[in-house]
Design a protein around this ligand. Structure first.
Ligand code: HBI
Length: 91
């Protein structure tokens, strides 16, 4: 079930750098090299497979932008919050 604006706001206080745009949780991560960003993206992909929940990923030179939304619900759900929690633990 989609989270309310307030539930999303509350959840995001725990995750610095994450914002809420267009029904999705979004964060851009910066790395020293292109390959570091690619390797991070692969680890995110492995975690996404474990959770069966998959972020959009944009690799742009040394930055990786992750966009987490629940397609089935048309917005942000607890599954997205669980995903960003795992992603933050990868760093
Ligand atoms: N990933 N982001 C995202 N949103 C979904 O709705 C979603 C997913 N990965 C797998 C998935 N749904 C499946 O569980 C369902 O489509 C069956």
């Amino acid at each position: 079930m989609k989270l309310s604006r307030q539930e999303i706001g509350n959840a995001l206080t725990r995750f610095p750098g994450w914002g809420w745009e267009n029904e999705a949780l979004v964060k851009t991560f910066s790395f020293s090299t292109y390959m570091e960003g690619v390797q991070f993206a692969v680890r995110v992909a492995e975690e996404a497979e474990r959770l069966d929940h998959h972020p959009d990923m944009l690799i742009s030179y040394r930055t990786v932008t992750l966009t987490c939304t629940t397609h089935d619900a048309g917005g942000v759900t607890e599954r997205d919050v669980a995903l960003i929690e795992r992603i933050e633990r990868l760093l």
